[in-house]
Design a protein around this ligand. Structure first.
Ligand SMILES: [Zn+2]
Length: 82
């Protein structure tokens, strides 16, 4: 398995509530009092990567590619490209 995909337990301990939690699934905060541990990840790694990605721009580029492809098909069928 790829090393960065492997599940690694990340736990933080809130002293005020004596509560142990995984900050990746509580948006980096203690679910009871909202305390934010220093340097704790606020999302699972796959979600952090997915959030960084610009999905709308990717969709736009994909749409442009499809339109160019359709244009080439139509131009070929109409005999413009020989
Ligand atoms: Zn707390």
């Amino acid at each position: 398995m790829i090393a960065w995909l492997r599940h690694r337990p990340v736990t933080a301990h809130c002293e005020a509530d004596r509560w142990r939690f995984d900050p990746r699934y509580t948006q980096g905060r203690c679910p009871i009092c909202g305390w934010k541990p220093e340097g704790a990840p606020d999302a699972p790694r796959w979600l952090a990567i997915a959030n960084r990605w610009d999905w709308e721009m990717l969709g736009l580029l994909l749409l442009a590619d499809v339109l160019v492809l359709l244009g080439l098909i139509v131009a070929h069928a109409a005999g413009i490209l020989r």
